[in-house]
Design a protein around this ligand. Structure first.
Ligand code: HEM
Length: 502
């Protein structure tokens, strides 16, 4: 009979050595300090320090106050790390992305149903990886350029008739683009029910941006308190939004499904994905064919509209930039047509305006949070597993060393030979980088070139915009007034002509 005792001591010794080799580095790490941050109170930690408005400014101030580009905050035992420099995001979120690509639980977004269809909030793992792959293989940005050009033509016509409603018109344009790409639906009217339904998504994202929502993410057990509990209005509000969002996923999908069955479907992401289904398709594949067009429809517009809104604000405040952009376009088109995508290379200053508006006020000043899956050490500081990692994109893109006079809207900075090629931080980091960036860039480009070619934007006498922004996850200019008038009679004729063909 085999005598197991003879193996016992070497086995115990091996287990002991293995355990110690795993434990000692962990204990060593745990003896390192957390990154600097505001001092903590017992039990509640930094709960009372958490900023409710423009959090990126507070995080930047902490970074200056503590002389550290990496900041640590603890809310009732949950750790949050804010990265205020390109060096920190590059080292952790890009280079160490194998352990920094998880998402923290985003409670408010989960409550509204986001986690059902948006892989941007899925935890790191196989399901997320598969969905990212499916998204990529069904979404080819350059094939959508005709939808984008058509929507820009209609934007110009709307600006000509009711320029004071520019914010609504920008929303209409981006909504039209995503509806057409996702489902092949042509939403000509601003009152189109599909466009209105998609606007509910903005409410959902706003809900996920409040201080209350951030605290729910850091103290998950709060969710089990009843929704009438003071400070828990998020739960109540989310319930209302959720059913309308889930309905919005179903209705256009059913229309396209019927069209595919009858052989009348046009080109769209939904039609393509539905046509690929057969009797062997898994439940996940069937669900993906609904979730991916839904993602495009519900979240594709909000981000780009914020950038276009910033463009109108910047042109109101910086008329010399506007004039230079117009002069460059005229030199290419002779003023006789609106530029199209084939003119991109010939319009470097307009491209620089696009880069500068994404830098000057990034659409997501705090990006999208990541979660680190293992204990880690950075610059001698301990970062515990499970910490929420916030990239302070706003602070990084206002770094005065990388971007001298950072508050100034100055596209020329992107034309110097040693300038970076793009303010890449706006698209996020590592394995989670934005999958819609080419399309977003195209929509913004066609929007700004079309407007520059045909309109002048000037401040209203005595009412210059303050340049204030909302504190939401997708941050947009607070409402402001501006004059938008055709550059000339010829420009107005061009708009009419374009409107006829779109
Ligand atoms: C100006 C417009 C946009 C900006 C600034 C933007 C920015 C971002 C950022 C910061 C992230 C998170 C990256 C990270 O976790 O580090 C992200 C993720 C994502 N974006 Fe965008 N985005 C824009 C437009 C779009 C559009 C139009 C689409 C769809 C066509 C899109 C699809 C996605 C997807 C699918 C993800 C999830 C990636 C993942 O978690 O794996 N984005 N975007």
């Amino acid at each position: 009979m085999l005598d197991l005792t003879q193996y016992a001591s070497p086995l115990v010794a091996a287990i002991l050595i293995l355990s110690l080799s795993l434990l000692i580095p962990r204990l060593r790490k745990r003896h390192l300090p957390y990154p600097p941050g505001p001092s903590r109170l017992p039990i509640i930690g930094n709960l009372l320090d958490m900023p409710s408005d423009q959090a990126w400014l507070t995080y930047q101030k902490w970074s200056d106050d503590f002389g550290s580009d990496i900041i640590h905050v603890d809310v009732m035992g949950s750790h949050m790390i804010v990265l205020n420099s390109a060096k920190g995001t590059g080292e952790l979120l890009d280079k160490r992305s194998s352990i920094y690509s998880d998402r923290p639980r985003m409670t408010a977004l989960d409550l509204v149903g986001f986690t059902e269809f948006h892989h941007g909030v899925y935890p790191y793992g196989d399901r997320w990886r598969r969905m990212r792959h499916v998204f990529l293989s069904n979404f080819h940005p350059t094939t959508f350029r005709s939808s984008e050009t058509r929507a820009a033509g209609r934007l110009l016509r709307n600006l000509l008739f009711t320029p004071e409603n520019f914010a609504e018109h920008l929303k209409h344009m981006t909504g039209q683009v995503v509806l057409s790409i996702a489902y092949g639906i042509d939403a000509r009217s601003e009152h189109d029910p599909y466009l209105i339904a998609a606007e509910k998504m903005a409410d959902a994202v706003d809900l996920g941006s409040t201080l209350e929502a951030r605290l729910l993410d850091m103290i998950p057990w709060l969710i089990y308190l009843p929704s009438w509990f003071p400070g828990l209005s998020t739960k109540r509000k989310a319930r209302k939004i959720r059913s309308s969002i889930l309905n919005t996923l179903e209705t256009p999908y059913a229309v396209v499904k019927a069209a595919v069955a009858s052989g009348t479907a046009g080109t769209s992401v939904a039609a393509k994905m539905i046509s690929q289904l057969d009797v062997n398709s898994t439940q996940e594949e069937i669900w993906n064919s609904k979730a991916i067009p839904g993602l495009l429809h519900l979240v594709g517009a909000d981000t780009t509209v914020s950038a276009l809104h910033t463009f109108i604000l910047a042109m109101t405040l910086y008329s010399e930039v506007q004039r230079k952009g117009q002069a460059e376009i005229d030199s290419v088109t002779g003023g006789s047509r609106i530029p199209d995508f084939s003119d991109q290379e010939a319009l470097p200053y307009v491209s620089a305006i696009l880069k500068e508006l994404l830098r000057w006020h990034p659409v997501g000043p705090l990006g999208v949070p990541h979660r680190v899956m293992q204990d880690d050490v950075y610059e001698g500081y301990f970062i515990p597993a499970g910490s929420i990692i916030i990239p302070n994109v706003w602070a990084i893109l206002r770094d005065p060393v990388a971007f001298p006079e950072p508050d100034r809207f100055y596209p020329e900075r992107w034309l110097s030979p040693d300038a970076p090629t793009f303010p890449d931080h706006v698209w996020g980091y590592g394995r989670r980088v934005c999958q819609g960036r080419s399309m977003a860039q195209d929509v913004i480009w066609v929007g700004i070139t079309s407007i520059l070619a045909t309109f002048n934007i000037t401040a209203v006498e005595g009412k210059p915009p303050k340049g204030a922004y909302t504190s939401d996850m997708i941050s947009s200019p607070e409402p402001f007034v501006t004059h938008i008038t055709p550059r000339s009679d010829a420009a107005a004729d061009l708009i009419h002509l374009t409107a006829k063909t779109t």
